[in-house]
Design a protein around this ligand. Structure first.
Ligand code: ATP
Length: 590
C-alpha cells in the first residue's frame, strides 16, 4: 500500500520532484515503522550532514586520511588506491572494489546506520595531537565491518559527497508526508484539507525557524506533524534562515510592485551577513548567512553589541551586515578588505581590519519572538534597544519616500557611501520576517542592474580549459586567476560527476569537484545550443549562457547548493527579455 502520487499533467521537473519525494517518504516510513531510533541518523546522512550547521561539527578529514584507512583496511598500498582513484574518479567505487576482492575469514558484525553515525561523531570530535591518526582508525573500523555496497556509501558520506540528487526541501517535504502516515498521529485536524501538502509545508516552515533535525524528528515521533509548530519554535541560540531579497532593475519597477503599500529604502551594505544572538546568560553567538558559527572570527563585534545594547535589554537576535570600516576616515571599506580577516580564534589585539555593525532588523527581544511583527514595529524595537556608536554599531541608513527622483538620489548616495545599492522593504502590510525566503517583500536595487543583466549570478566552477596563448578577455585579473587555479587544483577530478549537466560538445581539459561559489557578472544572458544552464525552462532543449562574464568575487559564505538555481537564471533571462522589449517599445513611442 505504498502510495505513489504521480500527477501526469504536471511539468516534467515538478513530477520528478514528486516521484523523488515519494521515494524518500517511503524510505522514512519504513524507518519509522521498523526502527524509529534510526530516523535521526537517516535524516542527517541523507541531508549530507552530521549535525545542525550552527553546531559547527565537521568530520575534518581529507582524501589522504581516507586513502590511508582504505589501504590499511584492505591490505593494499596507498599508491595502488591512488592509481585506481584516478581511473575510476570515485573513491567510493575504489573502496567497494577493494573490499569485494578481499577474502574474509569471518563475516563481520552487521553495520547499523546508528553505529556509522556514532562513529562519524567520534571522528568529528577528535582534536589535537594525533587526531588525524585517530580519525583514520575510526574510518578503518567502519571499512573493516563494511560489506557489499556499504564501503561505497561510507566513503561518499565521509567525503560529504553523497549527492543522492535531491534538495533538502525534498527531504523536508518527505519527512512531513511520512509523519502523516504514523498511526497515533495520523488524523489531521478538520481544517486541514490536503494533509500531504500541508504536512510538507509545516515541516519546511518549522525547519526554516529551527534548523535542527534532532529536535524536529523527536517532536514528529512523539507528537506528530500537526503539533510540530507548537513543539518546535524559534529558539535563541539556533539561527533562523535569513530572509533574502529579489532583484529589480529600476526604481519604476519598485514603485509598480509596491503600489499602495508603505515601504522603506535602506542602504545595501557590502559585507558579511550576520545574525547575532545574545542570550539571557550574557553569552553571544554570531552566525553567518549559512548558519555557521562565526563568533570566533568577530570578538570585536561581540564586545561592541554587549557594550551598546541598552540596560533594559536582556536578550536579542539581531540581523545585520558586518562591514570593514576605516574609523579614522569614517568610511566603509570594500568587501575585499573584510575578506582578509582571519577566520578563527581571532583575538581583539590582533585585529587589523575594523568592522562596523550595520543593524537592519531585530528578530527577538527580551524573551519575545518578533518574526510575526511587521518591520515598522521590529525597527522601533531595534532603535530603542541599542545606542549607536560611529564605526562600531550603526543602524542601516534608510529613507521613506515614494518619489522616483528621491529614491534615485538616495541610491546615488548609497553608492557614494560605498554601498552596493538599496534594499527596499515593505513596512506595514506583508512585512513580517520570512525566514529562509527570497521574498518579494524585500527588493534589491543595485546600481549596475540598470547597466547589464540585473543581478550577478552565483556560479560553481565544474570544469576549465588550460589557457592558450595570450590571456585576454577572460574576465579574470592575473593574480585572481593565479589564486583560483591554485585553490581549484586540489579539486580536480578525473571525470565529471554523473549529475553534472553539460553539452556533448563541451570538453573541458579538467573537471572539478563542486566546491566554490563564484559571483559573476555578465553583459547579457543568451540562449545557447551548447551550454545547459536552465535547459528546458526557456527553451525545451537549449540552455542559457553568459556574454562577457566577469568574476566579481568568490563567495565563501555560500555553499554550492546555494548557487543561483535554474529557476533564477531563467527568471533573469525572461526579465532581461522583457526589459529589452520595454526599451524597444519606448523607442518606438519616441
Ligand atoms: P548578494 O549576493 O546580492 O549579496 P544574497 O544572495 O547574499 O545577495 P540577497 O537577499 O540577494 O542575498 O541580498 C541581501 C543581502 O544583502 C543580505 O544577505 C545581506 O547580506 C546584505 N545586506 C546589506 N544591507 C542590507 C540591508 N539593509 N537589509 C538586508 N540585507 C542587507
Amino acid at each position: 500500500m505504498w502510495k505513489q502520487r504521480l500527477n501526469h499533467n504536471c511539468h516534467k521537473e515538478e513530477s520528478g520532484r514528486i516521484v523523488k519525494t515519494d521515494i524518500v517518504c517511503n524510505l522514512l516510513r519504513t524507518v519509522i515503522y521498523t526502527t524509529p531510533e534510526d530516523l535521526v541518523p537517516v535524516v542527517y546522512l541523507s541531508a549530507n550532514r552530521i549535525a545542525p550547521a550552527h553546531e559547527g561539527l565537521e568530520l575534518g578529514i581529507g582524501d589522504a586520511s581516507i586513502i590511508k584507512a582504505l589501504a590499511e583496511a584492505c591490505g593494499r598500498t596507498e599508491q595502488q588506491i591512488r592509481i585506481q582513484y584516478k581511473e575510476k574518479g570515485d573513491l567510493g567505487l575504489v573502496a567497494k572494489a577493494s573490499r569485494s576482492s578481499q577474502s574474509m575469514m569471518r563475516k563481520p558484525e552487521p553495520l547499523t546506520i546508528r553505529k556509522v553515525f556514532k562513529t562519524f561523531h567520534l571522528i568529528a570530535k577528535e582534536s589535537g595531537k594525533d587526531s588525524q591518526d585517530k580519525k583514520k582508525n575510526h574510518i578503518k573500523s567502519l571499512l573493516v565491518a563494511a560489506t557489499d555496497c556499504e564501503p561505497l556509501y561510507i566513503i561518499r558520506l565521509l567525503q560529504t559527497k553523497l549527492r543522492i540528487g535531491y534538495a533538502e526541501q525534498t527531504l523536508l517535504a518527505a519527512l512531513g508526508q511520512a509523519a502523516v502516515y504514523t498511526e497515533e498521529h495520523s488524523k489531521p485536524p478538520p481544517e486541514i484539507k490536503s494533509p500531504f501538502e500541508e504536512a510538507a509545508q509545516i515541516v519546511k516552515k518549522v525547519y526554516s525557524v529551527l534548523p535542527d533535525y534532532d529536535k524536529i524528528v523527536a517532536a514528529l515521533l512523539s507528537d506528530g506533524v500537526w503539533e510540530l509548530p507548537k513543539k518546535c519554535d524559534f529558539t535563541p541560540g539556533v539561527p533562523v534562515g535569513p530572509m533574502l531579497s529579489k532583484a529589480t532593475k529600476g526604481v519604476s519597477e519598485i514603485l509598480n510592485k509596491f503600489q499602495d503599500v508603505e515601504f522603506t529604502c535602506e542602504y545595501k551594505y557590502d559585507g558579511e551577513r550576520a545574525q547575532i544572538h545574545y542570550l539571557e546568560n550574557g553569552s553571544v553567538e554570531i552566525y553567518s548567512r549559512n548558519a555557521e558559527r562565526n563568533t570566533g572570527k568577530f570578538p570585536d563585534v561581540v564586545a561592541a553589541v554587549s557594550r551598546l545594547k541598552k540596560t533594559t535589554v536582556s536578550s536579542f537576535i539581531l540581523d545585520c551586515e558586518l562591514v570593514a570600516y576605516d574609523r579614522a576616515k569614517q568610511r566603509i571599506l570594500p568587501f575585499q578588505v573584510l575578506s582578509t580577516r582571519a577566520r578563527k580564534n581571532v583575538s581583539i589585539s590582533d585585529i587589523k581590519v575594523d568592522v562596523c555593525v550595520f543593524a537592519f532588523d531585530l528578530l527577538y527581544l527580551n524573551g519575545q519572538a518578533l518574526l510575526q511583527e511587521n518591520l515598522r514595529i521590529r525597527r522601533e524595537h531595534l532603535y530603542t534597544s541599542f545606542e549607536e556608536e560611529s564605526g562600531f554599531f550603526q543602524f542601516a541608513t534608510s529613507t521613506t519616500s515614494n518619489d522616483v527622483e528621491e529614491i534615485q538620489k538616495f541610491l546615488d548616495q548609497a553608492i557614494d557611501a560605498s554601498c552596493e545599492g538599496l534594499i527596499i522593504k515593505t513596512l506595514h502590510e506583508d512585512a513580517t520576517y520570512e525566514p529562509s525566503k527570497r521574498s518579494l517583500n524585500w527588493l534589491k536595487l543595485k546600481k549596475d542592474y540598470m547597466e547589464n543583466i540585473g543581478d550577478s549570478l552565483d556560479l560553481v566552477p565544474i570544469g576549465a580549459f588550460h589557457g592558450r596563448g595570450k590571456r585576454t578577455g577572460t574576465g579574470f585579473k592575473e593574480e585572481v586567476l593565479e589564486e583560483r587555479s591554485t585553490s581549484l587544483r586540489s579539486k580536480v577530478i578525473p571525470k565529471p560527476k554523473s549529475y553534472y549537466q553539460y553539452g556533448e560538445s563541451t570538453n573541458p581539459d579538467v573537471w572539478f569537484e563542486a566546491s566554490e561559489v563564484w559571483e559573476v557578472k555578465a553583459a547579457d544572458l543568451t540562449i545557447s545550443p551548447v551550454y545547459r544552464a536552465a535547459v528546458g525552462k526557456v527553451d525545451s532543449n537549449k540552455g542559457i549562457s553568459l556574454r562577457f562574464p566577469r568574476l566579481v568575487r568568490v563567495r565563501p559564505d555560500k555553499a554550492p547548493e546555494q548557487a543561483s538555481s535554474s529557476e533564477q537564471v531563467a527568471e533573469m533571462y525572461t526579465a532581461q527579455k522583457h526589459n529589452h522589449n520595454d526599451k524597444q517599445d519606448d523607442d518606438e513611442d519616441d
